[in-house]
Write a protein that binds this ligand. Structure first.
Ligand SMILES: [Zn+2]
Ligand SMILES: [Zn+2]
Length: 148
């Protein structure tokens, strides 16, 4: 992706820039992602926390348990409610950013689909991408993909 990657929330009060390439782009079909996207799945780009810079606006946060048994701190714009990113408080150096707010979404292409056991029955999963019925161990996944 061309750097920096920039984006805003839906109302525009929150803007941000990402200074390093995302590690991976994932489509998640879990029930929480269906709720947050108000759709069939949500997209996540995994980025290094120190590559993220908040340019304007303020974020609010709530915490919820994840299907995988951890905690997600969910950051959102308090004005429009748009979700910006999730952080596991036990692994704060990684942000899971919701890339629908990027200024240029044309470069977002899922590299894996997760929680496909919860996918809507009409979703056609690609047969040329890794697909996981639940949450994969991302470290193992990165090793197998040689994502650098
Ligand atoms: Zn907003
Ligand atoms: Zn999910």
């Amino acid at each position: 992706m061309e750097l920096p990657i920039t984006g805003t929330c839906q109302c525009g009060e929150v803007s941000y820039a990402i200074s390093a390439d995302p590690m991976i782009t994932i489509a998640c079909h879990c029930q929480d992602c269906q709720k947050l996207s108000a759709s069939a799945f949500s997209l996540t780009i995994v980025i290094a926390a120190d590559s993220f810079e908040l340019k304007s606006g303020e974020l609010k946060v709530f915490e919820r348990p994840t299907d995988a048994g951890g905690t997600a701190a969910c950051y959102f714009c308090p004005t429009c409610g748009n979700r910006l990113y999730h952080v596991n408080p036990e692994n704060p150096c990684i942000y899971r950013l919701k890339p629908g707010g990027l200024d240029d979404t044309s470069q977002i292409q899922p590299q894996a689909h997760v929680w496909t056991s919860r996918a809507q029955s009409w979703v056609k999963l690609p047969d040329d991408l890794p697909v996981f019925e639940t949450q994969p161990d991302l470290n193992e996944f990165f090793a197998s993909q040689q994502v650098d």
